[in-house]
Design a protein around this ligand. Structure first.
Ligand SMILES: [Zn+2]
Ligand SMILES: [Zn+2]
Length: 127
């Protein structure tokens, strides 16, 4: 699977949380994160602080560039979903496989305002 933003090959990363561990894909170049269906919700119990060391958010221009789903075979265009309380955070969401792409920095931005709740509300809005 390649990064939808910069086409770098994604690397597996294991996140340890209270109830086990989650495998996600990360881009070593732009620090984006790919979550398969349901994985984002599992992050609620996260206990590994390394995930939160992200650099600044992409520019607005980059945020608004349409991305293709890296997971689906025919690479459909992903939907943009603005974070309900922070318009600088634009999440890319695939309607087909229900995967979610977070650009580098977005997770940190979400985390700053009680992000598990924020993400939960966002996903509720999307479905
Ligand atoms: Zn990338
Ligand atoms: Zn997809």
């Amino acid at each position: 699977m390649n990064c939808p933003r910069c086409q770098t090959r994604l690397e597996n990363k294991t996140i340890v949380e209270r109830n086990g561990q989650i495998e996600i894909e990360t881009c070593p170049s732009c620090e984006g994160l790919w979550f398969d269906k349901g994985e984002l919700n599992l992050l609620e119990n996260i206990s590994e602080p390394v995930l939160f060391e992200w650099r600044n958010l992409c520019t607005e221009y980059e945020q608004l560039t349409p991305l293709n789903c890296p997971s689906c075979g025919d690479h459909p265009m992903m939907k943009k979903a603005e974070h309900p309380r922070d318009e600088n955070v634009v999440i890319d969401y695939c309607e087909h496989c229900e995967g979610t792409w977070l650009d580098g920095g977005e997770l940190e931005a979400i985390q700053k305002e009680s992000w598990p709740i924020a993400i939960f509300n966002l996903l509720k809005k999307l479905s």
